[in-house]
Write a protein of this length. Structure first.
Length: 254
C-alpha cells in the first residue's frame, strides 16, 4: 500500500473525495492551490481551495480562475451524497464573490458539484440553466472559449451557447427529404430546443435513417453551434455509406 493510500484511510469521506477531485482537476489542466499560497499566474486555470466569500456566504471548497478572473465554483461532497440536493448551496456560492475579487461575470457562470466519482455542471450562461452530469471537469481553455462565445453574443454575434443556438436554428428545408426524414429531424431539433437532450427515433428499414442522421449532424454543426459530434454506427458499411455520399460534409439539407 502506498503512503498516500495509507494516509487516505485516516481522512474523512469528504477529504477523501477532495483528494480525487484534486487529481481530476490537475489531470484536466488546472493548477490546484491553497488560498494562502494562491498564485493566479501559475497557469491559465487555477483552482483555489477554501476561498472565503463575502459575509453570510461562508467558504467555497474551490474557486475557479481563468486568466486571473474568477469564473466558477466547485462544491465537494462525500461519495454517495446526492449532488442535486446541494445545487442551491453551490448556487449561493456563485453569488457570494467579494466585490474586490475580479470576475469574468457576476454571478459566477460555471458551477460544479462533485464527489470525485460523480460530477455535475451548470452553466449560468445558458438561456435556461440546468445541471447535467459530466465525465470530469472541463479544461480551462474550454471554459475560456465559452466566455469568449458569450462575449460575442453580447455584441450581437452568434448564439453565445450551444443550447441557445438550438433554439434559433432555421426551419428544416424539406427539399430532397422523405416525409419520415423531415419529421424526424424536426422532432429531434424541437426536443433539443426544449432542453431535452435525449431522443430516440424509430424508422422503418429503408426509410433513410442514415441520411436523416447525417442531415441533422450537418445542421447542428452549421447552425446549432456544435463543435464536435460523435456519429456512431452499428456496422462498418454504414461508415462507407456516409463517406461515399459525402453526407456530413456536403449535405444539401439546410
Amino acid at each position: 500500500m502506498s503512503d498516500e493510500a495509507g494516509a487516505a484511510e485516516y481522512l474523512t469521506p469528504e477529504m477523501q473525495a477532495r483528494l480525487e477531485i484534486d487529481r481530476q482537476l490537475r489531470a484536466t489542466g488546472w493548477v490546484v492551490q491553497d488560498h494562502k499560497g494562491m498564485n493566479l499566474v501559475a497557469g491559465l486555470g487555477v483552482a483555489v481551495r477554501e476561498f472565503p466569500l463575502k459575509k453570510g456566504h461562508g467558504r467555497v471548497d474551490y474557486l475557479l480562475y481563468i486568466a486571473g478572473d474568477a469564473v466558477g465554483v466547485l462544491e465537494a461532497k462525500k461519495v454517495g451524497q446526492t449532488l442535486t440536493g446541494v445545487e442551491t448551496q453551490s448556487g449561493r456560492y456563485a453569488e457570494g464573490l467579494p466585490e474586490s475579487v475580479p470576475a469574468a461575470h457576476r454571478p459566477l457562470p460555471f458551477v460544479y458539484e462533485s464527489t470525485g466519482v460523480e460530477t455535475r455542471f451548470t452553466s449560468l450562461l445558458d438561456p435556461t440553466p440546468r445541471s447535467r452530469e459530466v465525465h470530469t471537469f472541463h479544461r480551462p481553455a474550454h471554459l475560456e472559449e465559452l466566455l469568449r462565445q458569450h462575449a460575442l453574443f453580447k455584441r450581437g454575434e452568434g448564439p453565445g451557447t450551444f443550447r441557445r443556438g438550438l433554439g434559433t436554428m432555421p426551419p428544416v428545408d424539406r427539399t430532397g427529404l422523405r416525409d419520415a426524414q423531415f419529421e424526424a429531424i424536426g422532432a429531434i431539433e424541437d426536443s433539443l430546443a426544449r432542453n431535452k437532450p435525449r431522443a430516440l427515433v424509430q424508422m422503418a428499414t429503408g426509410a433513410g435513417k442514415t441520411y436523416a442522421a447525417a442531415s441533422l449532424t450537418y445542421r447542428l454543426l452549421k447552425f446549432g453551434g456544435a463543435n464536435r459530434i460523435l456519429f456512431l454506427v452499428d456496422r462498418g458499411n454504414r461508415v462507407f455509406e456516409v463517406n461515399r455520399a459525402g453526407m456530413v460534409s456536403a449535405c444539401p439539407t439546410v
